[in-house]
Design a protein around this ligand. Structure first.
Ligand SMILES: [Zn+2]
Ligand SMILES: [Zn+2]
Length: 251
């Protein structure tokens, strides 16, 4: 334990004595919290997405369906994706739903660590990409008004955490979001697509000619319209290989 982590540990211990934290999921008092608002027991219950899933977009298949290695879902057969692969670590439900809510709306940024670790473990385990071949990690951006209101981009924090772990260059501002979009909730697939069209742009001051393999990070994958819009922009700029990892998956 270095000096810094010792003091952090001590500070955390004292803070826990004064303000005991209870788990936002199960309500028990957290003894050693590391400052997370979810207890270790609940964090360990997060169910990970496992095979079978679509080789391209990561959509889980029903386990009853006969599963061929590298099988592709009907959506991917009927469209041209700008990404190579999308993978998501967990379903957007239960404890994970709570964690993402706490991170985004209650500013529980300490959760970036356990959630980022889930994404790192996934990359180490699943090997859908060779992390040594990734030139750059970028997050799906937030619109600047939303960024200022929240004070951070949750996908940016996760992306930075992963980039630091693998020592891969990171760029928070390679992509920009030109305007806030209407909430995606309750929109059809088609409406969602037009909702994000021309919203994500490449930052005009960005230098990208040295990059050919990019890993895009987002918190939640729903219809894929957002990551597809981002990947389309990066493709236009000449990036050949685009991979996407999201923390959770809504469908
Ligand atoms: Zn708990
Ligand atoms: Zn698919």
């Amino acid at each position: 334990m270095n000096d810094n982590s010792f003091w952090d540990y001590l500070k955390e211990g004292i803070l826990n004595l004064i303000y005991p934290l209870s788990c936002e999921n199960c309500g028990i008092q957290i003894k050693e919290s590391n400052g997370y608002a979810i207890c270790n027991d609940c964090l360990s219950k997060i169910k990970l997405i496992s095979e079978p899933y679509c080789y391209r977009c990561g959509k889980p298949f029903s386990a009853m369906v006969y599963f061929e290695k590298e099988a592709i879902c009907a959506d991917c057969l009927n469209r041209k994706n700008h990404f190579y692969y999308v993978r998501s670590v967990t379903h957007y439900q239960g404890v994970m739903r709570k964690c993402i809510h706490l991170l985004k709306y209650k500013k529980q940024v300490k959760l970036v660590r356990p959630l980022g670790n889930l994404m790192i473990d996934y990359l180490n385990r699943d090997k859908f990409i060779d992390t040594e071949e990734i030139d750059l990690i970028v997050p799906v951006p937030l619109y600047k008004d939303d960024y200022l209101r929240r004070g951070f981009n949750q996908s940016g924090l996760l992306a930075k955490y992963i980039a630091d772990y693998f020592s891969i260059p990171f760029s928070e501002n390679l992509l920009i979001k030109k305007r806030g979009n209407v909430s995606q909730v309750g929109l059809s697939k088609k409406e969602r697509k037009s909702n994000v069209q021309n919203v994500y742009l490449l930052n005009s001051s960005a230098e990208i000619k040295n990059f050919s393999r990019i890993l895009l990070i987002d918190d939640i994958y729903t219809t894929g319209a957002t990551v597809e819009a981002c990947c389309k922009e990066l493709r236009k700029a000449g990036i050949k290989k685009l991979f996407v990892l999201t923390l959770a998956r809504g469908v």
